[in-house]
Design a protein around this ligand. Structure first.
Ligand code: COA
Ligand code: MG
Length: 328
């Protein structure tokens, strides 16, 4: 290990599913509050038409004061720093949203100064009203600039809790030739080599592998929680499960749900499977036994395990403990 240690800055809480609710549809707030999502995101940005921004902001302020969100983590997505709605969103949420709001999601962050600017506003507004609970910041990586500057962004504020990957805006920013929101694209594939007349297979690749992998690495280096973003085709449950499972295996702790039907899928995929938890516990027990005998590396069911296996297994056991503490 390096002499430099990484402390977990993010609050330790379950983040398997983050259900988005447009601020312009207040009739959905109570349904979302009663559902099974670990986290809610009340949106004033892209799910809300420009003509509805002011109304959506007020709807969210009212909901934060009036609705019982139970044990959920409650967040709101503000408009980007390039819009005139942005500062009003922050001031309204922090000054008039009461103590219920847990975090603010900043979209389209491009550099560390974007986070700094919102931190300044949140800090001043919090002080002005004597807010007791500290509001966290969440960052949406969804532009090429954000991905290029991700390391400095991830270290930009002590309020930062999580990074999220937004595939649709990212694709637009990179001018990728795709209109899917998350998921696969048949054109992004490799063909197996020519072998006489044998039919050649086409193997689809994961368009989102690099940015998600990069985001998870930046998060872990700064003690933040990595979260995968939206999957637009909410009728395609298998496609969602496949994308979410890839993200979970890379280290993401959760994914967005843009329709209530995706919440259960998120909770399922981001809860470590029973056999993986059992295997992790068996590794910890076997290594404890090995260490008592003065052994560093041993075999468990014919497979090598050593000190690194302890760290891998502890990750899975700790994630499970977090989810059990959430109680759903
Ligand atoms: N939160 C809570 N409840 C929701 C919901 C949401 N985001 N979206 C739909 N519902 C409810 C509906 O009210 C309906 O409830 P009912 O059975 O009591 O009538 C039920 O879930 C089924 O909804 P459905 O009719 O299939 O959806 P819809 O056509 O009303 O809306 C979307 C579909 C995609 C427009 C809507 O889910 C939505 O706005 N999602 C969030 C989009 C968003 O925020 N995008 C930004 C981030 S990418
Ligand atoms: Mg976006």
């Amino acid at each position: 290990m390096s002499f430099k240690t990484i402390e977990r800055q993010a609050p330790v809480r379950a983040y398997r599913s983050k259900l988005f609710v447009p601020g312009s549809r207040p009739e959905l707030f109570a349904k979302a509050a009663a559902g099974a999502a670990d986290v809610l995101c009340l949106d004033i940005e892209d799910a809300v038409a420009p003509s509805d921004k002011d109304k959506a902001r007020e709807n969210i302020v009212a909901a934060l004061n009036d609705i019982d969100f139970g044990g959920k983590t409650v967040t709101a997505r503000i408009n980007g720093l390039d819009t005139h709605w942005c500062y009003r969103d922050v001031i309204a949420l922090v000054e008039r949203g009461g103590e219920r709001l847990d975090a603010i999601l900043i979209p389209k962050v491009g550099c560390a100064a974007d986070v700094y600017a919102i931190d300044v506003l949140v800090t001043q507004a919090s002080q002005a009203v004597g807010r007791k609970k500290r509001i966290g910041l969440e960052v949406l990586i969804e532009t090429v600039l954000g991905l290029e500057n991700i390391h400095e962004i991830a270290g930009a504020s002590r309020r930062l809790e999580s990074l999220h990957f937004g595939s649709a805006d990212f694709a637009a920013s990179q001018r990728m030739r795709t209109t899917n929101i998350g998921g696969a694209n048949a054109g992004y594939a490799v063909l197996t080599d020519k072998d006489g007349d044998t039919p050649r297979d086409s193997h689809w690749n994961d368009l989102w592998h690099y940015p998600i992998f990069r985001m998870v690495t930046a998060c872990r280096a700064h003690g933040l929680t990595p979260v995968d973003g939206p999957f637009g085709d909410y009728a395609d449950q298998d496609g969602f499960r496949a994308q979410a499972t890839r993200s979970a295996i890379l280290g993401c702790e959760g994914k967005w749900a843009i329709h209530p039907s995706q919440v259960a899928l998120c909770n399922e995929v981001f809860t470590p499977p029973q056999q993986e938890v059992a295997r992790a516990r068996a590794i910890l027990a076997a290594m404890k036994d090995a260490q008592a005998k003065g052994l560093g590396a041993v075999s468990l069911d014919g497979v090598l395990i050593d000190a690194a296996s302890i760290r891998q297994a502890e990750t899975i056991v700790a994630q499970m403990a977090l989810i059990e503490a959430r109680g759903s």
